[in-house]
Design a protein around this ligand. Structure first.
Ligand code: ATP
Ligand code: MG
Length: 635
């Protein structure tokens, strides 16, 4: 039996039991056998969820880049580490080998050092999905600087807030970025942001689109000439296990983004181990995660997890719709991708386009399909399974959060039998539980409650940057001695978990607690529906009633809308029960989403409640234009 690589269900159960009965010895063995340490730990784990404080592998010394790069040089030096697929398919892919990555990271690290960046300093990375993004992340880690990657689609306000919150002294950016047929003036956004960031001394600018930008004397420097001058050797800074590796802000679906702090050793061990198993990664597989490195998914499963396993990871600059909606499948076909990890929002958008664009390509290389970010509704699950996976590639519906650092609940492909809409079983070492509103744990199966985690895992975020109290209040104050996820879930008759939505979004109709996901699922089964979101609004008799926002596949749908409303409610009634029927149904052109593609129910709720005085900052949305349209047509 191998604890590092789970190959069948019986083995999963055995290893799982071992990992929760004696977590310390379990993780110690994984850490000992599969990573490179400059010094081993004095203590595997100390924790106290009351403070809260968690420390893994205390006393150990390491550098994560030695684990992600250096140690592969002897055996995988000429293997591709990063396969860069540019926005424009005609530009051609770039293969960066482990040896080249080693040299480029070292050069970049030396540039940062010359600019005065030291261990513990914060560096803001506002770079599009080009190799410099991954390389700058690793260069920071090489010298012990704390990276704070900000998604390069965010506005100047979102950027300046994040720069100031974590006190960054240096910003790495690019002259601009490509996004499908458009270019974005990134440097202009940075200039605007920095008008309100006094702490930033230096801006390093990578050249991507060759646009004519202005450089501020004494502050802005082109990156390439500095890299050309720099040595390609840079000794790795030796870090403590608990030294911060990075700060990353949550998506902000539920409020002001939180700057989660992840530390070095536990994060490395957990992301590497989950990557290996959740994707069943084998040497020479080609792995592609479509997320942006600006999100936790990109940190853990484009950069650190894959590289720690010596994998080849695809870095895609473009968008799923350019040059046409077949781009994802074109890339899978061209590079023979084996593992493909994306988000439900992308699947729904592609499903809306029909199957012709999928069928044009040879997808037979695919072995594992993944989904993350939101509940994947049943309709989208089947579309993905039938058309992309051809019923032979298991879908891993992986539930986790920025705060958790790595995948927490997921099927292990070819090990755990999948079930649509279920994230299924806890990953090795993860101890989930369900709590009721009164703080009582719901034991046994077929229960529905609030999802908590009982015991620390190696990659749990250690704090919120500069605000430990908020960390404590948000995650550790709702239930005693538990990490509270903020999500609701149910456990079915075999112990599989299904995430039912955010606890804050639960709607109480005539005394019944209704989660959003199962109802949206039923709605999305209607053949005319592309996407939906439900929220509650005050109702005289029921307390709250359900308001549904529904986008149709064919926006110009000429069918009688009242009939469609009836059909949708009939579907809900059949699938879930009459209690979940929608009081009001508004057909929309689109649904407001965060930049990472999550539906912003918070805004929809306010509109349904007819309280639009304080919608918050909608400019950071992916599609702010749809908000006005929804407000204009509210029922
Ligand atoms: P904020 O915390 O600022 O409101 P956020 O929660 O959207 O933002 P993330 O950490 O990116 O920020 O997202 C984690 C959340 O995404 C989870 O708590 C859960 O609600 C949802 N999620 C992620 N994966 C899944 C999944 N497979 N199934 C259901 N929900 C998921
Ligand atoms: Mg969250």
């Amino acid at each position: 039996m191998s604890n590092y690589h789970i190959k069948h269900l019986e083995e999963y159960y055995q290893v799982y039991r071992k990992s929760v009965r004696n977590p310390e010895s379990f993780w110690e063995e994984i850490a000992e056998e599969h990573f490179l340490w400059r010094k081993k730990w004095d203590n595997v784990l100390s924790w106290d969820f009351k403070k809260p404080e968690v420390k893994w592998f205390e006393g150990a010394k390491l550098n994560i880049t030695e684990n992600c790069i250096d140690r592969h040089l002897a055996t995988r030096g000429d293997k591709t580490a990063i396969l860069f697929e540019p926005n424009d398919p005609n530009e051609g892919a770039e293969h960066i080998t482990y040896k080249q990555l080693y040299h480029r990271v070292n050069q970049f690290a030396n540039v940062l050092k010359e600019q005065g960046v030291k261990k513990g300093d914060r560096v803001c990375i506002y770079v599009p999905m080009i190799p410099e993004l991954a390389i700058s992340v690793l260069a920071c880690a090489r010298i012990g600087a704390i990276h704070s990657v900000v998604f390069a689609g965010f506005s100047s306000t979102a950027l300046s807030t994040r720069i100031n919150d974590s006190d960054c002294k240096l910003v790495i950016t690019a002259d601009g970025s490509y996004r499908g047929s458009k270019t974005i003036d990134l440097k202009g956004i940075v200039d605007e942001a920095l008008e309100s960031c006094n702490g930033v001394e230096t801006v390093l600018v990578a050249k991507r689109i060759n646009s004519n930008i202005s450089m501020k004397e004494g502050r802005d420097t082109w990156l390439q000439p500095l890299l050309d001058e720099a040595s390609n050797q840079c000794k790795a800074e030796i870090m403590d296990a608990e030294d911060p590796l990075f700060i990353l802000y949550t998506s902000g679906s539920t409020g002001k983004p939180k700057g989660m702090v992840h530390t070095t050793a536990g994060y490395m061990v957990y992301t590497a181990y989950t990557f290996k198993n959740a994707f069943q990664y084998k040497e020479n597989d080609l792995y592609w995660c479509t997320a942006d490195i600006g999100w936790i998914t990109g940190h853990s499963y484009i950069v650190y997890g894959p590289l720690a396993n010596g994998a080849t990871t695809v870095l895609f600059e473009g968008v799923p719709s350019y040059p046409d909606f077949g781009r994802f499948w074109d890339i899978v076909d061209k590079h023979k991708v084996n593992q493909f990890y994306t988000a439900p929002t992308a699947i729904r958008a592609l499903a809306k386009q029909g199957v012709e664009l999928v069928e044009k390509y040879d997808l037979s290389s695919l072995k594992v399909l993944g989904s993350v970010g939101e509940p994947i509704n049943e309709e989208a699950w089947h579309w993905y399974n039938d058309n992309v996976g051809k019923n032979k590639s298991p879908i891993i519906d992986s539930w986790w959060q920025t705060e958790t650092g790595g995948i927490m609940i997921t099927p292990i492909p070819y090990v755990t039998p999948t079930k649509p809409t279920y994230a299924t079983l806890p990953f090795i070492g993860i101890q989930p539980c369900l709590m009721d509103e009164n703080g009582v744990e719901l034991k046994g199966n077929q229960v529905d409650g609030r999802l908590c985690i009982k015991f620390p895992w190696p990659s749990i975020a250690r704090t919120i940057w500069g605000n430990h109290q908020r960390y404590k209040d948000t995650y550790f104050s709702t239930y005693e001695n538990m990490y509270f996820t903020g999500d609701g879930a149910l456990r079915d008759e075999v112990g599989y978990y299904r995430i039912t939505g955010r606890v804050d979004d639960v709607i109480i109709v005539s005394g019944h607690n209704l989660g959003t996901a199962p109802i949206e699922d039923a709605i999305n089964e209607h053949p005319a529906v592309a996407e939906s979101a439900i929220v509650g609004f005050p109702h005289d008799v029921k307390g709250s009633a359900l308001y549904g926002y529904i986008t149709l596949k064919d926006v110009g749908e000429s069918r009688n809308h009242d009939n469609l409303r009836k059909e949708i409610n009939q579907l809900i009634s059949d699938r879930i029960g009459p209690i979940s029927k929608l009081e009001k149904i508004q057909f929309t052109q689109g649904l407001p989403k965060t930049r990472s593609g999550k539906i912003m129910r918070r805004i929809l709720r306010k509109i349904a409640e007819k309280d639009t005085s304080n919608l918050g900052d909608t400019s950071t949305l992916l599609n702010p234009e749809c908000v006005q349209d929804i407000m204009d047509n509210v029922l």
